[in-house]
Design a protein around this ligand. Sequence first.
Ligand code: AMP
Ligand code: MG
Length: 315
Amino acid sequence: MAQITDQISLAVTTLNRGELVAMPTETVYGLAADAANEAAVAKVFTLKGRPATNPLIVHVADASWINDWACDISTDAEALMAAFWPGPLTLVLPAKAGVSRTVTAGQDTVALRMPAHPQALALLNGLGRALVAPSANKYMSISPTSSDHVARQFADDELLILEGGNCEVGLESTIVALLPGDEPRLLRPGMVTVASIEAVLGRPVAQQSGGVVAPGQHHRHYSPGLPCYRFGANTDMSHLYQAEDIGWIFCGGGQPVAGKLIDLGAEPEGYAQGLYDALYQLDHQTLSAIYIAEPPHGSDWQAVHNRLERAAKPL
Ligand code: AMP
Ligand code: MG
């Protein structure tokens, strides 16, 4: 435990100097900066190569911290925080006057989340202030779910990486906007499902359409370097089963193939947890392409499908 404490105190010192730290969370590893330090926040955009129009999520160690960032906090927001924090749910709320426009990308709303990873909470509590922490990868590449993935992304940069094991959730948080004059609105699906949010709110959650948007939800995103395709249950792929230079991702009950096969299983939680690691593994082998069998289409799979649609082209 002493080693973890040393690591956290080194990370706190680094953040206090205005430098960045790669921080494990239960969703993916984040590239953390002191959210109250404009110059540090600017470094996040530079190191990731992220456009300034793409806002950051502010991470807090306690729900009370959101009062520094948001105003007009509705009873719906209170209910969702009580039900899902700490956890993989981000709330978009009206920003308080004076909140950094670098963080919000010029918008008058701010995204907030309390992560569930003990290292992330220790770091936040050690610093005593909020952290911005977008995924610790270069812009448009795969989000990291292990410290090894982060190290590969930033091999040429000096970056302190906190070791926190493999991320338990494995996909980025669900994002819901709770803004005056609008219905609760899903901006990005994640492993906190719409059904579970509706159960807490006692009313429907609208899907994203016009009005409020989540900038940065690009169609192509989370992409491996290799050509990557997805195929449905009715597509005959047997002509490729003997090819040795193909990577496959199946969702339970895969075919025997000559190439490299990763079976992520038939449960959405296990599949989500392993997906980015599978893409990292296959992307770093001498293969010509990756083929992904599309999982079932239940609401539990919404977040997985959202990421697959961005990572892989349909056949
Ligand atoms: P990530 O890159 O996983 O940290 O998630 C950041 C994403 O959160 C952005 O790309 C936006 O889609 C969304 N987001 C952050 N802040 C806001 C905001 N104020 N309004 C709407 N969406 C936001
Ligand atoms: Mg990201």
